[in-house]
Design a protein around this ligand. Structure first.
Ligand code: GDG
Length: 472
């Protein structure tokens, strides 16, 4: 029977070990939810790294057996591979360049070699299970070479590729020494998807300038194949966030927040620790707000969650130290005996706590320097069951192309973010509701299930088109 193979760097699970036994905890991330209906069905499979180094072969067997019960298939990585492929090439070369922060990028041959080898490792595992007629859907920047590697082994197989982070303009992309190899790898797919039209356009432009290919509209002709490149803005599990709003645990947490903050207005900020998220600039804008508008002292709180991420990479550690310093300075400068301007948490929370905060916060402040999409902004909108609240959103987030009723800001313009906060605090309820209703309609309709269906249907259409071309 024809099956679908999902591939991503990480499997949608966390593994914990007690007394030599491995326990799996399935992840509730947006992608896992959206693809859950796909990979759990029939003999479909999700292939990826289980998230920690497991050296012992017997342990690997045990973990594989557990994972296979839920249609998951592991690719085991050594610590060296994690260092060079994941932290090295993926996060210290591709991530900064693709987020327009090329000054942070390192171009190390050893990391590229590891990236190539780990993509091959994924290929080898996939080739053990893939059969002609199967559909393979590969996700994200850690696996850019994989479509080409699979194509070389299985020329007829159907391959979709989706990139969750931005694709930069040609001028940035060309900096990467292995730019041609990367594009050739990506072009092994039949259908390639990006979050925004700009990412799609940048990819087409880079391909036509770097490789000897023909591009016409959104189709690239390469090695006698036609590859379709299109825009698929990813959605969230809208119903889940609506329903969480009436979960007893969430209601209790909202009550606690009301008791704690009383008349205070709350500005919410949630990100993974990442220099692309604009956390320092956001802090500067909040400081400027308190400086220019002392009337808000004692009345407005910035509730800031930063989720630990990649903190072994030097720039991330520096960023963390700088956030600690700025939060400390602002709190020391403006606090009163009864009030702290910033409530800062460097940790993650259960989704019920996020939901309570999304429900309670008057404003959600999302100001990345670059972001493929940004799901936090959509989750805030989905959670506003009363249709009130204001979203301030960076024009550099993919989500800003859809959520046009947010207050859209340039995240480099600190003064503009401060003004946006003032406008949000002053916004009449009727206007909040008018904007929020529009955004909720959009987030509800173009949800994660719609996104998965759209991509898979389009992949099938592209394959039919290719077969018709061959038949002619
Ligand atoms: C990449 C791209 C693109 C956050 N804190 C907690 C928590 N979260 C969840 C949020 C949200 C997710 O993490 C973050 O998603 P984002 O989209 O904001 O950002 P990235 O992680 O950078 O994701 C991005 C995305 O891929 C999808 O294509 O939008 O542009 O960079 O869902 O809710 N979840 C829990 N506790 C937390 O403390 N449970």
């Amino acid at each position: 029977m024809r099956k679908t193979i999902i591939v991503s760097n990480r499997l949608p699970v966390k593994i914990s070990e007690t007394d030599g036994e491995f326990i799996l905890h399935t992840s509730e991330g947006g992608l896992a939810t959206g693809l859950g209906a796909v990979y759990r069905e029939g003999n479909n499979i999700w292939v990826g790294w289980p998230g920690q180094e497991i050296i012992d072969l017997k342990d690997q067997e045990k973990v594989t057996k557990e994972l296979r019960k839920t249609n998951l298939m592991p690719v085991f990585l050594t610590q060296e591979e994690i260092n060079n492929f994941y932290e090295g090439f993926s996060n210290e070369t591709l991530w900064p360049v693709f987020h327009y922060m090329a000054v942070y990028a390192h171009y190390e041959q050893v990391n590229w070699d590891a990236y190539y080898q780990v993509n091959q490792k994924f290929r080898d595992i996939i080739l053990k299970v893939a059969e002609p007629g199967d559909i393979i859907w590969i996700h994200d920047y850690q696996l850019l070479l994989l479509p080409g590697m699979i194509r070389a082994a299985l020329p007829e197989i159907s391959i979709g590729f989706f990139q969750h982070i931005p694709f930069p303009s040609y001028e940035l992309f060309r900096l990467i020494p292995w730019r041609a190899e990367i594009l050739e790898g990506m072009l092994g797919a039949d259908l390639m998807g990006f979050h925004t039209f700009d990412d799609t356009r940048h990819f087409l432009n880079a391909a036509s300038r770097i490789l000897p290919v023909n591009t016409s509209a959104n189709v690239v002709s390469f090695n006698d194949r036609a590859i379709v490149v299109e825009t698929f803005p990813m959605g969230i599990d809208y119903d889940k966030f609506v329903a969480l709003g009436s979960d007893p645990m969430v209601l209790q947490q909202i009550k606690n927040l009301k008791e704690n903050f009383q008349e205070d207005r709350l500005i919410l900020s949630i990100d993974r620790l990442d220099y692309s998220k604009g956390i320092l600039q956001r802090l500067q804008a909040f400081e400027l707000l308190l400086q220019l508008h002392p009337e808000y002292i004692g009345k407005v709180v910035l509730y800031m969650i930063v989720v630990p991420s990649r903190d072994t990479v030097p720039q991330y550690k520096e960023l963390r130290d700088e956030i600690d310093k700025q939060v400390g300075n602002i709190n020391a400068r403006f606090r009163t005996l009864a009030w702290h301007p910033i409530q800062y948490f460097y940790r993650s929370f259960p989704v019920e706590t996020l939901s309570a905060l999304y429900n309670f916060a008057d404003i959600c402040l999302v100001t990345p320097m670059r972001d493929g999409m940004n799901l936090v902004s959509k989750e805030y909108v989905a959670s506003r069951n009363n249709n009130d609240g204001v979203l301030i959103l960076s024009e550099m987030a993919g989500a800003s192309k859809e959520l046009i009723d947010a207050i859209i800001v340039n995240p480099n313009n600190i003064g503009a973010i401060t003004r946006a906060i003032v406008d949000a605090l002053d916004m009449p309820l009727a206007e909040q509701q008018r904007r929020m209703k529009q955004m909720r309609q959009l987030v509800s309709k173009f949800n994660i299930h719609h996104w998965v269906k759209l991509f898979m249907t389009r992949l099938q259409e592209v394959n039919e088109m290719q077969q018709n071309m061959l038949a002619r």
